[in-house]
Design a protein around this ligand. Structure first.
Ligand SMILES: [Zn+2]
Length: 218
């Protein structure tokens, strides 16, 4: 799941238009932000196994700290708590924490049974929608279009070109994930995964407003 996670961030604008899209993108992708760092540090591992699922060749061999249910909840609590300490906005903190945890449940739908419940057990789950390309693409793209619709109808972006090019670029990267060339090794997957920050910065740029011009009042 890639654009499906971003869809959750976009759609949440409908619930609370004051939350920044960039921050919501960080929340929905928090586990995938941690993951490449942990892989590059050698703490978690990933392999490439062509055909392991029909849509992705990634073999998630060991990632209990970024992608177990227990740790997803822990990261969600921490994320919400830090936000609350900084801003004192309780409802926003709850929403952001829930978005962090949402990542695990969306991954649950598409991954084969490789998602651990906790770092302390070998029990792994996954419903394996990646093995049903037609249904997967239909559902994930539908989620994404719904998220885009909810965002667009809650906060008409002023920078229209920046917004629609972000949406278009996310779609292209999703298709490249599915149908692009196989990555050569685990390290290049992890380096590539860090590019998620491009979308976060892009979202920040879409919503950034020019500071009000105060020269008139002087
Ligand atoms: Zn993930």
């Amino acid at each position: 799941m890639f654009i499906g996670h971003f869809a959750a961030g976009l759609a949440t604008k409908k619930i609370n238009a004051s939350l920044s899209l960039a921050l919501m993108f960080i929340a929905v992708q928090f586990l995938d932000i941690l993951w490449p760092v942990l892989v590059l540090l050698g703490i978690e591992t990933v392999g490439i196994e062509e055909g392991i699922t029909k849509l992705t060749p990634l073999d998630f061999t060991f990632y209990p700290y970024s992608h177990s249910l227990l740790m997803a909840i822990v990261w969600g609590l921490l994320f919400g708590l830090v936000y609350y300490i900084v801003t004192k906005k309780r409802q926003n903190a709850l929403i952001l924490g829930a978005l962090v945890v949402s990542h695990w449940f969306l991954d649950l739908v598409v991954h084969r049974p490789d998602l651990p419940l906790s770092p302390f057990s070998n029990y792994k789950v996954g419903l394996g929608l990646w093995n049903y390309p037609f249904a997967e693409i239909l559902i994930e793209f539908a989620l994404f279009f719904a998220g885009t619709y909810f965002y667009f109808t809650s906060k008409k972006p002023k920078k229209k070109i920046a917004f629609w090019s972000l949406i278009g670029f996310l779609l292209i990267v999703q298709l490249l994930n599915f149908y692009g060339p196989l990555p050569p090794d685990a390290n290049s997957i992890a380096w590539g995964a860090n590019l998620i920050w491009v979308f976060i910065l892009w979202a920040w740029w879409v919503e950034r407003e020019k500071p009000a011009n105060t020269s008139a009042s002087r």
